[in-house]
Design a protein around this ligand. Structure first.
Ligand SMILES: O=C(O)CCC(=O)C(=O)O
Ligand SMILES: [Fe+2]
Length: 263
């Protein structure tokens, strides 16, 4: 009798090592904690992209503590400023991004190709109503860690086209990790709902009470590897010893099923 009983599989143990139509759907639905794609880029490609980035120079996110440095534009920072200024700023920052890719490789094209061929979804950079592209693809240094947070445009950026997404994921390619035993990413089996904003702390953080009792999945960033996870799930990054640099964007699913990428 008991022999046929299915052993209980914990959510944190359901991480996948392959991007397929099935695993991608599992991530959108929150049924699995993350998908890892090892060898997305070679160590040489990662170093070349970082060298190009260093030529352009990093700057900190507006108003974020602990400090996070990045190259590129974010909806997060323009949400309370102006949409018009955001799309204007993209023109210059897209040129900066193109220069970085010309000196190394184009990780945006590569991830979009994988989403199309392996996840079998139509995918591209998000556009506004007038057809202007969002900025997609930051080079980011998270070395002092992050607060516990979510990234979910429908809750955070109402009024922007990307707020139409039904689910939101992030992909992170790790370019340089000097302390592999530090800087781990923690993801909880607990998705944001509007009432959680009562526990908001600081510009983007939440009180840890919001995840009490929730299961936690943890991964260590590895150079050349991409990890995709659902950013409606509460998550945070531990402080790193030394450098921790990634290339990243959001991936949202529109009601039509199409995937859109932005930062
Ligand atoms: O750097 C990471 O591992 C995750 C950072 C993060 O919060 C995100 O990509 O949404
Ligand atoms: Fe995040």
């Amino acid at each position: 009798m008991y022999m046929n009983a299915q052993p209980h599989r914990y959510w944190s143990g359901l991480a996948e090592n392959r991007l397929t139509r099935r695993t991608f759907a599992g991530l959108l639905d929150g049924r699995i904690p993350f998908i890892r794609i090892s060898n997305f880029a070679s160590r040489e490609e990662c170093e070349a992209l970082l060298a190009s980035a260093m030529k352009e120079g990093f700057s900190p996110y507006r108003g974020v503590e602990p400090v996070i440095d990045r190259i590129g534009n974010t909806v997060f920072e323009y949400n309370s400023i102006s949409k018009h200024e955001y799309f204007e700023k993209n023109i210059e920052l897209n040129r900066v991004q193109q220069r970085m890719f010309d000196g190394s490789f184009n990780p945006m094209e590569r991830i979009i190709g994988l989403l199309q061929r392996q996840a079998q979804r139509s995918a591209g950079v998000a556009k506004n109503m007038a057809g202007k592209p969002y900025y997609a693809g930051l080079v980011r240094r998270i070395e002092q860690g992050t607060l516990l947070h979510v990234d979910f445009a429908p809750g955070e950026q109402p009024g922007w086209e990307v707020a139409d997404v039904r689910e939101q994921l992030a992909w992170n390619l790790y370019l340089r990790v000097s302390g592999p035993k530090s800087g781990h990413t923690h993801i909880y089996e607990r998705q944001w709902r509007p009432a959680d904003d009562a526990l908001k702390e600081g510009v983007y953080g939440y009180n840890a009470r919001v995840v009490v009792g929730a299961e936690e999945a943890i991964f260590a960033p590895t150079v050349g590897e991409v990890v995709i996870f659902n950013t409606r799930n509460f998550h945070y990054v531990e402080p790193a010893r030394g450098e921790r640099v990634s290339f990243t964007s959001a991936i949202g699913r529109l009601p039509s099923g199409e995937l859109v990428l932005w930062s």
